[in-house]
Design a protein around this ligand. Sequence first.
Ligand code: SF4
Length: 62
Amino acid sequence: MKAVVDKQTCTGCELCVQTCPEVFKMEDDKAVAFVDSVSAEVEGSCQEAADGCPVTAIKIEK
Ligand code: SF4
């Protein structure tokens, strides 16, 4: 599983970073997914972060 943040859409609210810091971090006021592949242990919280993004900027690729 892979997560991608659409920088154009991201508002920098930091919610995904709080929900899943194993995958997301802030970079220049926008969130980025800094892992190439999401490990099985954090797939749940990564999905939760994607579902919780207020502007639906996180795309999950299986
Ligand atoms: S939750 Fe969405 S809008 Fe907020 S920082 Fe993460 S990707 Fe950006």
